[in-house]
Design a protein around this ligand. Structure first.
Ligand SMILES: Cc1ncc(COP(=O)(O)O)c(C=O)c1O
Length: 411
C-alpha cells in the first residue's frame, strides 16, 4: 500500500482508523503454502483472534484457508463467514465443558488441552473424534505473555501425562484424530520449531488413528527495517521433509496443519491516527494522537514495537518525538522516535497493525472503537463503521433513582 492511499483513506473515512491490505494477506498465505508445497496434505487454519472482521474471514475462505478459533463466538463468526464446520478447529483453553459441547454440536473439530475435560468429553461423546493439545515443555516466544508451551504454562496437556491420556482413550473408547502444540508467538529460531516437532512426532506415534498433526504457529514477522523474521522457506524445507518421513513411518499420509495469525495479517495492517497536539516539555516533544491503548494496546501490554511514520509530511525534517495517546493513564506508543516533523493535524501511521490490534480494542474511557477499511483490488472497502454514542449506551440499563428516592422519602 502506498502512503498516498493511506492518507486518502484517512481523509475519506476519518481517524482513527485501521486499514488492511488484502494483497499482502494473500501473498503471505501463498508464501506459507508454497514453503510447504512438498507436503501432500497441508491445512492452514488462520487464527481468527488476530483479526476477526467478517470480511477478512471471507477473504481467507476465498483463499482456501480454514480457521482456528478459541471461543464459541469465533466459531459462530466463522460459520457466518461461510466456513464449513470441517474447516474450523476449536482450540479453547479454560472454557466450560458445555462450550466445547456446543462447538462439537456445530460439527467443528475439537481440540482439548485438559485431562479432566478430555475424560468428561470422552465419556459423554465417545463417537466424536478429538485432537489433543500437548504441552511440549519448550520455552519459546517473544516474551512471557506469549510463551505458552513451557512447564509453568496453563496451556496443553503435559507430555509427561501421555500415559494418562492413553488410559482415558482406552477407557472411554474415544478417538484421537489429531495432535497439536502451540509453543508461543514471535519465535525467531526455526530450530525451536524443529526441536518441538520431534516431541510432537514422538507423541503422535502413540496414537493410531491420527488424521493430522497441528504444529500451531508463532512465526515471527519483521517489525522494523532489518528485523529478523522466521525463515519460513527454510522451515518449510526442513519440516516438510521430516514430516514426509514421519508419515512413511506412521504408514499414512497425515495432514500437516498450522494456525498462524500474525504471519498472515500483521504486516497487512496500518493504524492511522491524527495528531491532536504537539506538547513540548523540559525533556521531550510529545505528539499526542486521537487514540490510546483503548485502540492499540500491544505496545503497553507486550512492549511491542510498531514503526510510526508521518504520512502527512513524509519529507519533513526528522525530529525526535514520543508518541502518546489521550488516555488517562500512561499510554506511550513509541518512545523517543525519529519521525518527520509533526504538526498538529498530521496523520501518523502505525505499521504492523493487522494482528492483535483491532481485535484487542476496547471502549475504555467511553471512546468509540475505530472504523476498519480493507483495500482490495485497488479499492477501499469500509468493513466496519466507526462506533457512535448509541454503541456506548447499548446494553446499559438505566436505573431510575428519582422514583427510588421518592419512595424512600415517603417511608
Ligand atoms: C493456540 C494458538 N494458535 C495460534 C496462535 C496464533 O499465533 P501467531 O499469531 O503468533 O501466529 C495463537 C496465539 O495466541 C494461539 O494461542
Amino acid at each position: 500500500m502506498t502512503e498516498n492511499q493511506l492518507l486518502k483513506t484517512a481523509q475519506e473515512f476519518g481517524s482513527p482508523i485501521y486499514v488492511y491490505d488484502a494483497e499482502k494477506i494473500e501473498s503471505q498465505y501463498k508464501r506459507l503454502t508454497n514453503a510447504f508445497k512438498s507436503v501432500k496434505k497441508l491445512k492452514i487454519n488462520y487464527a481468527v483472534k488476530a483479526l476477526s472482521n467478517i470480511s477478512v474471514l471471507k477473504l481467507f475462505n476465498s483463499l482456501g484457508s480454514g480457521i482456528d478459533t478459541v471461543s464459541i463466538q469465533e466459531v459462530q463468526l466463522g460459520l457466518a463467514a461461510g466456513f464449513k464446520p470441517n474447516q474450523i478447529i476449536f482450540t479453547p483453553n479454560g472454557v466450560s465443558l458445555s462450550e466445547i459441547e456446543e462447538a462439537a454440536n456445530l460439527g467443528v473439530e475439537i481440540n482439548i488441552d485438559n485431562l479432566s475435560i478430555l475424560e468428561q468429553f470422552g465419556t459423554k461423546h465417545p463417537k466424536v473424534p478429538v485432537c489433543i493439545r500437548i504441552n511440549p515443555h519448550v520455552m519459546a516466544g517473544g516474551n512471557a505473555n506469549i510463551s505458552v508451551g513451557h512447564i509453568d504454562s496453563k496451556f496443553g496437556i503435559s507430555i509427561h501425562q501421555i500415559p494418562h491420556i492413553l488410559r482415558i482413550v482406552e477407557n472411554t473408547k474415544m478417538t484421537i484424530n489429531g495432535i497439536h502444540m502451540h509453543t508461543g508467538s514471535d519465535i525467531l529460531d526455526i530450530e525451536v520449531f524443529l526441536y518441538a516437532s520431534e516431541i510432537l512426532f514422538d507423541t503422535a506415534k502413540q496414537f493410531k488413528n491420527l488424521e493430522f498433526i497441528d504444529f500451531g504457529s508463532g512465526f515471527k514477522v519483521p517489525y522494523k527495517l532489518g528485523d529478523i523474521e522466521t525463515n519460513i522457506e527454510e522451515l518449510g524445507k526442513k519440516l516438510s521433509s521430516r514430516f514426509n518421513e514421519f508419515c512413511k513411518e506412521y504408514g499414512k499420509d497425515l495432514t500437516l496443519a498450522f494456525e498462524p495469525g500474525k504471519f498472515l495479517v500483521s504486516e497487512s495492517g496500518y493504524f492511522l491516527t491524527k495528531v491532536n497536539a504537539v506538547k513540548q516539555t523540559t525533556s521531550t516533544v510529545f505528539a499526542q494522537v486521537d487514540s490510546g491503548f483503548n485502540h492499540l494496546i500491544r505496545p503497553m501490554f507486550y512492549g511491542s514495537h510498531h514503526d510510526i511514520i508521518n504520512i502527512s509530511n513524509p519529507k519533513g525534517r526528522e525530529r525526535f518525538y514520543t508518541v502518546v495517546g489521550y488516555i488517562c493513564e500512561t499510554d506511550t506508543f513509541g518512545n523517543n522516535r525519529r519521525i518527520n516533523e509533526i504538526n498538529e493535524g498530521d496523520v501518523l501511521c502505525f505499521k504492523n497493525a493487522g494482528a492483535y490490534c483491532f481485535s484487542m480494542a476496547s471502549n475504555y474511557n467511553s471512546r468509540f472503537r475505530p472504523a476498519e477499511v480493507l483495500w482490495y483490488k485497488g479499492e477501499a472497502h469500509l468493513i466496519r463503521k466507526r462506533e457512535t454514542f448509541d454503541d456506548i449506551l447499548n446494553n446499559q440499563i438505566e436505573v431510575d433513582f428519582s422514583t427510588k428516592k421518592e419512595a424512600a422519602l415517603a417511608k
